[in-house]
Ligand binder design. Structure first.
Ligand SMILES: [Zn+2]
Ligand SMILES: [Zn+2]
Length: 275
């Protein structure tokens, strides 16, 4: 697995590469805009050029994570429209920057079937508006409140509703903290194999294009999303040892999303790799 972290973009998106280098990362995840507000300044041409230069210089693969405000399943029409438009805007930024993957949370709706349909519609609209190669990656969630995507079946159902021609521009990101909180046990070798087997049957491993590598502050099945440093939470080191040595994910990027200590967390993960 390629190991990296979510890196800051203070001073411009192109600055994330040197942070990734300082953290000893193989790859990096970034926001392409302010993740906590709806308003976003357009990317300047100069910054796009600098970003592409840094990507070439370092050779590090990049993924983008979307704004947390986006809820494509929102029952409220206005929020829903804002959400798919923001998703399209972010997908457009990815195209300009040459980032191949935009990871997003499917959103919340108390009616799973209706919510699923709304997310698929939003994805189709965004993909329609932004032609190109960048993929939308649906992230598995912890299932807090009414959030969708905590069962692999829900993630698969969202992709299935995107028309076939557009579906090839969709994929999946699996978050270790979230699936643990959602009730999937990956802490033992048996549990890990069973979970990855289920992921393969339901989603297809070829559709899993990224991992979020986070330990969990909360116990299995709690449906609460609280990231912990690698090896210091309810997951412990065992599932990460299995993941980083799993040949099926040798080319897949994995990003640490803790609030701090990225370098240290990446070192811990690297220490688990068998030589
Ligand atoms: Zn995540
Ligand atoms: Zn999370």
């Amino acid at each position: 697995m390629l190991l990296g972290a979510h890196e800051g973009i203070a001073g411009g998106v192109s600055t994330a590469f040197s942070r990734a280098e300082a953290d000893g990362a193989d790859c990096l995840q970034i926001f392409t805009r302010n993740a906590r507000g709806w308003a976003a300044k357009p990317l300047e041409d100069d910054e796009v050029t600098r970003f592409r230069g840094e990507a070439r210089r370092t050779g590090k693969p990049v993924a983008a994570h979307s704004s947390y405000l986006i809820n494509c399943a929102a029952p409220d029409r206005v929020i829903r429209k804002k959400s798919w438009e923001a998703l399209a805007d972010e997908l457009g930024r990815c195209e300009r920057l040459g980032i191949p993957a935009l990871i997003f949370h499917p959103g919340s709706h108390d009616d799973v079937a209706e919510g699923t349909k709304l997310v698929a519609e939003a994805m189709e609209r965004a993909l329609d508006r932004v032609p190109g190669k960048a993929k939308l990656l649906v992230e598995t969630t912890a299932g807090q409140g009414t959030s969708l995507g905590w069962r692999f079946e829900q993630v698969a159902a969202i992709r299935d509703l995107v028309p076939a021609g557009k579906r090839r521009r969709t994929a999946v990101c699996v978050d270790t903290c979230h699936i643990h909180a959602a009730g999937y046990d990956i802490t033992t070798e048996d549990g890990y194999e069973k979970t990855i087997g289920e992921l393969d049957r339901v989603v297809g491993l070829s559709n899993v294009r990224a991992f979020h590598l986070n330990d969990s502050k909360k116990p299995i099945g709690c449906r609460v999303d609280r990231h912990e440093h690698i090896g210091e939470g309810a997951l412990g080191l065992a599932p990460f040892r299995l993941l980083v040595n799993d040949d099926r994910f040798a080319e897949t990027p994995g990003f640490v999303e803790t609030e701090s200590r990225w370098k240290e967390n990446i070192e811990v993960l690297r220490g688990l790799v068998r030589r």
